[in-house]
Design a protein. Sequence first.
Length: 108
Amino acid sequence: MKKVFLFIVFLFAAANSFAQSTVYVQGYTKSNGTYVQGHHRTTPNSTRVDNYSTIGNRNPYTGTIGTKPVHDYRPVTNYSNSQSSTVYTGSRGGTYYINSNGNKTYIK
């Protein structure tokens, strides 16, 4: 009986953790009058790795495959120490560029 109880608790905990990984966004009307239909998305966090739109992931509600890169990048603007023309944003939010030795140099 104890094993059955523990199994039920395990199933409840697993289902609860999955339910917390997605959020339903209600439909709304933009200021220009365009209606945006309600949709599911991943719970907001500090990483892009687990987003439905990231390469390697699939949206379980629509079946679409992710197309956005895991690491975001943007052109360097007024950063004199950079030998690279691109600044990357890491998975934890830090920004860096690739120096002349091929190593990451983080920007404060």
